[in-house]
Design a protein around this ligand. Structure first.
Ligand code: FES
Length: 108
């Protein structure tokens, strides 16, 4: 596992999302929902939409901006059609006023 810097804690406000990209892993979307942090794969499991642009709900679910599938940020589970496959979830760590996401390193 590798720890990837997302942003300073204060830079991710309640209801906001941040897209994290790197050369060794697929893009990840990190969310702040009422002070709780979640990270899921950025690409929707149904199509080519960025989940960092999803609509965030107070119950820690998000709605895809393209076809309105909803996902649970805690589990990644698809909650309604048209998506059926889950989003991957990733551990989020807040330390020293900074937010990190833990990813598996993929060798090139
Ligand atoms: S691309 Fe997300 S629901 Fe279709």
């Amino acid at each position: 596992m590798a720890r990837v810097f997302v942003c300073e804690s204060g830079a991710l406000a309640d209801g906001d999302a941040r897209k994290v990209e790197g050369e060794s892993f697929a893009a990840i979307a990190v969310f702040n929902v009422a002070g709780s942090l979640f990270a899921v794969s950025d690409r929707c499991s149904h199509g080519n939409a960025s989940m960092s642009e999803a609509y965030v709900e107070d119950d820690a679910t998000v709605e895809c901006p393209l076809h309105a599938a909803r996902f649970c940020l805690k589990t990644g589970k698809a909650l309604c059609q048209p998506a059926t496959d889950p989003l991957r979830t990733f551990p989020v760590v807040e330390e020293g006023g900074q937010i990190f996401v833990e990813v598996e390193e993929v060798s090139a």
